[in-house]
Design a protein around this ligand. Structure first.
Ligand code: 0VR
Length: 483
C-alpha cells in the first residue's frame, strides 16, 4: 500500500516484448511511478496492475506459466481488483485464441479470439472510433489507436462493452467490470483521450461523457509529421540535401502532438556513429514527451538495431537501404517483432530516361535501378506491415505529392500506405488520400510553422475526409490551411 504522500506506483507485468517505454512514458505523464516485473509476490500485492501485450498468445501464456502468474492474475481479475489488460492482454482473458490453437488462456470471459475475416489490410493499424454502451464506468466514446490482427469474437455477458467496426466486422474494442478494464486498442498511444482514460482508471473516476463519433468501419486517415534528425537536431532540406536546422526534436514532437498529429516519424539521417547514438537518446526523450505512435527509421541494418529503437520507445521501426540490399531482413524483423512493428521505407525517384520510378538509397545519393512500384509489392510479401513511400523528386519542394507514384503503389500493394514528400497544404493532402494514401507525412510545412495538423484536419473533415476529429476550442484561431 502506498504512503499518503505519493500515489501508488503502477505495476506492469513483464510479458516479453511489449512497448514498455510507451507505458512508462504515459504513466510518467500522469504522475505515476512504474514497476516492471514478473515477480509473483509484487504482482499479487499490486494495487494497480497493467497486463500489456504485443505479440502472440502462446509465448505470453508460457511466460505467465513459467513465473506462476496465472492463478494470481485470475484471482485478482475475478475479484475485480484494479487491472488494465491491453491488446494481447485483453485477448488473454478469453478461453482460447485462433492465433495459438490448443493454448488454454486465462478463461476469465466465455469468449474466443478470432482473426479478422475482413478483406481490409490486417493488422488493423490506426485510429478507429469506439462506441460505449450505456452505464457508468471509465470508458467513453472516442477515437483510439489499434494495432491488432485478432479480436474477441463475442462480447462477454456481465461486462460494460465498447464496440468498434473494422471492415464491416463489429468487435469488442474494450470492456470493463469492477476495476478491471480491458482494451483491444492502445490507450497509452491514443493521445489526450487515451491519457484521460488511463487517469480515470487510475483514480476510479467516471469519465466525462463524450459525443459518439460516426461508425464508419474504416480507419481514420492520418497526418504524420516527420522529424529528420541529424546529431540530435531536427533538420530539413530539399531532395535530401542542403539540410538546415529546424529545431529541437522534443519541442517539435510536443507541439505536433498538441496540434493534432496522429503519429510521429523520426528519421535518423546522421552519418556518423556518434550521430546514431544521439538518435537513440532522441527517441527516448521524444517517447517521454508524447502518447501517440512513434515510428523510427534510419540506419536499421540488423535485428539488434530495431530492438534498440523499440526498447528506446519506438512503436514501429522503418527499414530502407538495408532491406533493398537484403530483402530477407524484412521477414526476419517481421517474424521477430510482428508485422505491426515493421515499416518499409521506400525512397523513389523518377527514372531519368524511362517511365516509372526507381528506388534510391543512401539518402537519395544512389540510384539502384530497382523498380519502386514492384518493390512496394514485394515488401508486402516479405512481411512489412506498412509502406512509407517518399518521393525524392518532391521532398521539400512544396510542389505536392507524386500522385502517379502513389496511385501505382496503391495498385501494387494492399499495405497501409503513407505518402511522403512535397506537401504544401490541404489540397495536396486531399489529392494524396484520393490517390490511395492511408496517411500523409509532412515535414517542411510543420517545421516552418506554416500550418498545423488540426488546421488541416478542420479543412479535411469539412470536405468529408474521415479524420480523428480534434477537440476544436470554439473560436480558436486556426492558422490558415494553406492551399
Ligand atoms: P517534406 O516535403 O518537407 O514534407 O518532406 C517529407 C519527407 O520527404 C522528409 O521528411 C524525409 O523523408 C526526407 N528524407 C533522407 C531524408 C531527408 C534528409 C536526408 C535523408 C532520407 O534518406 O529519406
Amino acid at each position: 500500500m502506498s504512503n499518503d504522500s505519493a500515489p501508488s506506483a503502477v505495476v506492469i507485468v513483464r510479458t516479453g516484448l511489449a512497448n514498455l517505454a510507451s507505458w512508462v512514458a504515459a504513466f510518467d505523464r500522469l504522475g505515476r511511478e512504474t514497476i516492471i516485473t514478473d515477480d509473483r509476490t509484487v504482482i499479487e500485492r499490486a494495487e494497480l496492475l497493467v497486463l500489456p501485450g504485443v505479440g502472440s498468445a502462446g509465448p505470453a501464456m508460457q511466460m505467465l506459466r513459467t513465473h506462476g502468474l496465472i492463478d494470481p492474475l485470475r484471482s485478482r481479475i475475478l475479484a475485480g481488483r484494479p487491472t488494465l489488460a491491453v491488446c494481447l492482454g485483453l485477448q488473454l482473458l478469453a478461453n482460447e485464441s485462433e492465433e495459438s490453437p490448443g493454448e488454454k488462456l486465462l478463461g476469465i470471459v466465455d469468449s474466443a479470439v478470432r482473426a479478422f475475416a475482413t478483406d481490409k489490410p490486417v493488422p488493423q493499424m490506426g485510429w478507429n472510433s469506439i462506441q460505449v454502451e450505456r452505464g457508468s464506468g471509465v470508458l467513453t466514446h472516442g477515437s483510439a489507436y489499434f494495432a491488432n490482427s485478432y479480436r474477441l469474437a463475442q462480447a462477454p455477458a456481465g461486462w460494460r462493452i465498447a464496440l468498434s467496426t473494422y471492415g464491416g466486422e463489429r468487435f469488442v474494442a474494450a470492456m470493463e467490470k469492477g476495476r478491471v478494464l480491458a482494451c483491444q486498442f492502445h490507450p497509452e498511444l491514443s493521445g489526450p483521450w487515451g491519457l484521460a482514460l488511463l487517469r480515470s482508471w487510475l483514480e476510479n473516476t467516471p469519465a466525462i461523457e463524450q459525443q459518439p463519433a460516426a461508425v464508419s468501419g474504416s480507419l481514420c486517415k492520418r497526418i504524420i509529421p516527420c522529424l529528420d534528425v541529424r546529431d540530435g537536431r531536427v533538420v530539413k532540406g530539399v531532395k535530401f540535401q542542403g539540410l538546415r536546422d529546424a529545431g529541437d526534436p522534443v519541442g517539435c514532437a510536443t507541439r505536433y502532438e498538441r496540434d493534432g498529429a496522429d503519429e510521429l516519424v523520426i528519421l535518423d539521417v546522421s552519418a556518423t556513429n556518434e550521430g546514431r547514438a544521439a538518435a537513440v537518446r532522441t527517441v527516448d526523450a521524444v517517447r517521454r514527451a508524447i502518447s501517440i505512435p512513434l515510428t523510427v527509421g534510419g540506419g536499421v541494418r540488423r535485428i539488434e538495431d530495431a530492438a534498440r529503437l523499440l526498447d528506446a520507445g519506438a512503436d514501429k521501426v522503418g527499414v530502407n537501404t538495408a532491406a533493398v540490399h537484403d530483402p530477407s531482413l524484412i521477414t526476419a524483423l517481421s517474424q521477430r517483432f510482428g508485422r505491426q512493428c515493421i515499416v518499409a521505407a521506400i525512397d523513389a525517384a523518377r527514372r531519368e530516361n524511362a517511365p516509372g520510378w526507381e528506388v534510391v538509397t543512401h539518402a537519395g545519393t544512389q540510384r539502384t535501378g530497382m523498380d519502386a512500384v514492384q518493390w512496394c509489392a514485394e515488401v508486402a510479401t516479405r512481411g512489412a506491415g506498412e509502406i512509407l513511400l517518399t518521393s525524392w523528386d518532391r521532398d521539400g519542394t512544396r510542389s505536392g505529392y507524386d500522385l502517379e507514384l502513389l496511385s501505382a503503389a496503391r495498385g501494387a500493394s494492399p499495405l497501409p500506405l503513407i505518402a511522403s514528400g512535397g506537401a504544401a497544404g490541404v489540397t495536396h493532402l486531399t489529392e494524396a488520400f484520393a490517390a490511395g494514401a492511408d496517411a500523409v507525412l509532412a515535414a517542411s510545412i510543420f517545421h516552418d510553422q506554416e500550418t498545423t495538423p488540426n488546421t488541416l484536419k478542420h479543412a479535411l473533415l469539412a470536405s468529408g475526409v474521415l479524420m480523428r476529429s480534434p477537440p476544436f476550442a470554439e473560436g480558436a484561431e486556426h492558422a490558415r490551411a494553406l492551399d
